[in-house]
Design a protein around this ligand. Structure first.
Ligand SMILES: Nc1nc2c(ncn2[C@@H]2O[C@H](COP(=O)(O)OP(=O)(O)OP(=O)(O)O)[C@@H](O)[C@H]2O)c(=O)[nH]1
Ligand SMILES: [Mg+2]
Length: 315
């Protein structure tokens, strides 16, 4: 074998620093009240589903990084739980998670549902944003369901809440309208800098976490009323079998017997449906066959129990 030539080695491109001179990078905290479309918007900007999404408020419970790498920038989005008035320890953890994203960020992306006038929880978010030094970009989401006259009126009302808003832009995360323009605007407000992550890394989450979240997403989608909020997914086994199949065993927690009945459904129909839908999406995400084993367990008041919360990753 010929001796190694150090020049060969040095000429290898470095994916972190080998970027154009106008390259920019930074961390963007995605904040807002529950259900405005923060996770949908982050996924749309990434072009890939990293965070789960549902029609129920308080879907996101942890901070989740989504990494967008372009030739001219790398943006690390931190999706956060919706800021609201907490009613239990889980809620306190969630709001805390959201607040913690701000001190390490270069920019706050404030997402609102512009089809609606600001609510109490939007004012809570505004108070948090006024209380910190970061520049704020206001993403006025859901323009696809906003009548034009409402857009102007509501935009004014949201802008008035946070003097630190440097830029606002109307988007539809669902219809992918204005999403690329939003990324361009965000880039302009980031400092020059290298890549922080390899260009092909889209998130910081683990496969286990993603599997548990996709199970929870399907439960949120099909359950009504107070049941979704009482659901936690306790992933107990995640194991690659010799056959190549990934075996996943998860317990779905609810707080009451009545909720267990709803989750299982008549003749087990509901839990079968949740399992089938979740399995399909986990298989697509992992690119492997999955055997999904779900059990429903009643854990009274787990949302108020510090030991359970810690075990579930909510502390
Ligand atoms: N019509 C419309 N619906 C949207 C849009 N963006 C998101 N949604 C819907 O709004 C609901 C909430 O979306 P999420 O992305 O889960 O909202 P979130 O802000 O992350 O919510 P939390 O995690 O609970 O704080 C879902 O039903 C989405 O499909 C949009 O641009 N237009
Ligand atoms: Mg969310």
């Amino acid at each position: 074998m010929p001796p190694l030539d150090p020049n060969d080695f040095l000429s290898q491109p470095d994916p972190f620093t080998d970027v154009p001179p106008d390259h920019r990078s930074g961390f963007v905290a995605v904040v807002g009240r529950p259900n405005v479309g923060k996770s949908t918007l982050m996924n749309a900007m990434l072009g890939q589903k990293v965070a789960i999404v549902s029609p129920r408020p308080q879907t996101t419970r942890n901070r989740i990084a989504g990494i967008l790498t372009r030739e001219d920038c790398q943006i690390v989005f931190i999706d956060t739980p919706g800021i609201h008035k907490p009613k239990h320890k889980l809620g306190e953890f969630m709001v805390d998670e959201a607040r913690k994203a701000l001190p390490d960020a270069d920019l706050a992306l404030w997402v609102v549902d512009v089809s609606k006038a600001p609510r109490r929880d939007d004012e809570r978010v505004a108070a948090v944003l006024r209380d910190q030094p970061l520049p704020v970009i206001l993403a006025m989401n859901k323009i696809d369901i906003t009548p034009p006259d409402r857009l102007l009126e509501h935009a004014e009302a949201y802008r008035a809440l946070v003097p630190g808003v440097v830029e606002d832009i109307a988007v539809s995360a669902l219809k992918r309208q204005g999403v690329d323009a939003l990324v361009d605007v965000i880039r302009e407000h980031l400092p020059p800098g290298p890549r922080y992550y390899p260009p092909d890394q889209v998130s910081d989450i683990q496969e286990r976490f993603l599997a548990a979240e996709l199970i929870r997403e399907k439960a949120l989608l099909y359950l009504q009323e107070e049941v979704p909020h009482a659901v936690a997914v306790d992933l107990q086994e995640f194991e690659a079998r010799e056959s190549g199949v990934i075996y996943i065993f998860a317990r779905i927690f609810v707080e009451r017997e009545s909720q267990k009945g709803i989750l299982i459904g008549k003749g087990g129909q509901m839990i079968k449906r949740i399992g089938a839908e979740a399995r399909k999406e986990i298989e697509a995400a992992l690119g492997r066959k999955v055997y999904l084993d779900l059990r429903v367990k009643v854990k009274p008041k787990w949302r108020r129990n510090p030991a359970e919360l810690r075990r579930l990753g909510y502390a």
